[in-house]
Design a protein around this ligand. Structure first.
Ligand code: C2G
Length: 132
C-alpha cells in the first residue's frame, strides 16, 4: 500500500486544489493531507477565509482524501513522514526544489505535479473584487 502525503492551506477550495488532490491520490492508495492551521498561516502572513475546522471538513468531503491532519509548523514534515509511514510526498510545482521538501528525500519519494494555471485563492478574491 503506497501512502501519500501533501501539505496545503486549501482555502476556498477550487479546481486547482481538487486536481492536485486527485493526482496525488493517483500516486498511491491512501492520501493524507496536512492542513495548515490558522496559527501556522499567521506565521506565513496568510489569512484564510474559512477557518481550520471548515477547511478540514471540506477536504474530508473530497473522495480523494483519506485523512486530514493539522500542519502546525514548517519542521513537522520528517516526523509526519515517519509517524504515518509515508512513501511519497506530493506537492504542486510551485514548491519544486524547495529545501523544506527536498530534505524529505532521505525518508520518502518527493513528487511535484504541475500547477493548474489560471486559478488560485488570491485570484478568486481579486476577481470577486475583494482584493488579494
Ligand atoms: N495548487 C495547484 N494549482 C493551483 C493552486 C494550488 O496545483 N492553481 C496546489 C499547490 O501547489 C499546493 C496545493 O495545491 O500543492 C495547495 O495549495 P495552497 O492551499 O495554496 O497551499 P500552499 O500555500 O502552497 O501551502 O508547507 C507547505 C504549505 O502548507 C503549502
Amino acid at each position: 500500500m503506497t501512502r501519500v502525503l501533501t501539505y496545503g492551506t486549501f482555502d476556498l477550495l477550487h479546481w486547482g486544489h481538487i486536481r492536485l488532490l486527485k493526482r496525488a491520490r493517483e500516486q498511491g492508495d491512501y492520501l493524507v493531507v496536512a492542513l495548515s492551521t490558522e496559527e501556522f498561516n499567521e506565521g506565513k502572513g496568510k489569512k484564510t477565509y474559512h477557518d481550520f475546522a471548515t477547511r478540514k471538513a471540506m477536504l474530508e468531503a473530497v473522495r480523494y482524501v483519506d485523512l486530514v491532519i493539522p500542519e502546525e509548523k514548517w519542521d513537522q514534515k520528517v516526523g509526519d513522514v515517519k509517524l504515518l509511514e509515508i512513501d511519497k510526498v506530493v506537492m504542486g510545482g510551485d514548491w519544486e526544489g524547495d529545501p523544506r521538501f527536498e530534505v524529505l528525500r532521505d525518508y520518502c519519494d518527493v513528487v511535484y505535479l504541475d500547477r493548474t494555471e489560471g486559478v488560485s485563492t488570491t485570484k478568486i478574491k481579486q476577481d470577486l473584487g475583494e482584493g488579494a
